[in-house]
Design a protein around this ligand. Structure first.
Ligand code: GLU
Length: 276
């Protein structure tokens, strides 16, 4: 029994890349096991009209879910409780750096550590002494909470990702460094929310674009640390435009809505997707 989900962020209209992700999730699910979940924790970018627009596009394409599960924004108490658990395990530490400070610190280093997506957090706040911490707390500054990747790797031991396309992938605990698990402004992050919600929704097979494979290294660490079930993964290729650039929300010309407005039929749109 495979339970999958299509998890768009309602920050734009669905495009061909979404249609592909939804089709993969639908095709790999067992009967009744294809869910829709809106990933809307970043309320600074979400707009209300995109929820219904997405539901309508999926229906038009014949990719409507078997069930829609709660959107992430409604789960913030649960995300907060898990952050509390991570704090108790000392798996996260408070970070008071601004983006500018992080950039300046990286620029001043001769060999700043790099990950697949650019420079990693240089660990400034991991080394704060108790005096500095109290000072920040007394100033009432809100911290972000960062993963202590080294400590968590020690706690979890070696891990692997089971991916139906990439095979057995060894988890590299330092791949994304000490990334933010709870942002100052929203109290959570994609990483924390997706791990908790997939477990709560009983997702057994996580299907998503291969751009997220590096993030899965962190997700496996969190699952192990929190005692959550381990899902299987399928990281599918990304749909790109003629120049090889991946599609993004800004590519309005490739939005499902745009094709519909142009008079295309759903099957004509679906044939633009790569075969399985
Ligand atoms: N919300 C993410 C997106 O729209 C998907 C993340 C996931 O499937 O884990 O790209």
């Amino acid at each position: 029994m495979s339970v999958t989900r299509f998890a768009p962020s309602p920050t734009g209209f669905l495009h061909l890349g979404h249609a592909y992700a939804a089709r993969v999730a639908r095709d790999m699910a067992s009967d009744g096991g294809y869910l829709l979940r809106f990933e809307d924790i970043d309320h600074t970018r979400v707009r209300s009209e995109y929820y219904d627009a997405a539901r309508r596009d999926l229906e038009w394409l014949g990719l409507q879910p078997d069930r829609e599960t709660d959107a992430q924004l409604g789960r913030s108490d649960r995300h907060g409780a898990v952050l509390e658990q991570l704090r108790a395990l000392e798996a996260v530490y408070p970070c008071y750096c601004t983006r500018k400070e992080v950039e300046a610190e990286i620029a001043s280093m001769t060999a700043a550590p790099h990950g697949p997506e650019g420079p990693l957090y240089p660990g400034t706040c991991r080394r704060l002494d108790p005096g500095q911490l109290t000072e920040f707390e007394e100033m009432g500054r809100q911290p972000a909470w960062r993963l202590d990747a080294e400590r968590v790797a020690r706690l979890t031991g070696p891990l692997t990702i089971h991916d139906r396309r990439h095979g057995e992938v060894e988890v590299d605990p330092g791949l994304l460094g000490d990334l933010v698990l709870a942002r100052k402004d929203i109290g959570t992050s994609y990483h924390l929310a997706v791990v908790v919600d997939d477990a709560d929704d009983g997702i057994t097979l996580v299907t998503r674009g291969e751009d997220l494979l590096p993030a899965t290294h962190v997700h496996r660490m969190l699952q192990k640390l929190l005692g959550l079930p381990e899902p299987e993964y399928f990281h599918h290729p990304l749909i790109t435009d003629e120049t090889g650039r991946r599609l993004a929300k800004r590519d309005d010309a490739r939005s499902i809505r745009h094709y519909r407005d142009q008079g295309l039929r759903p099957d004509e749109v679906l044939t633009m997707l790569p075969p399985d």
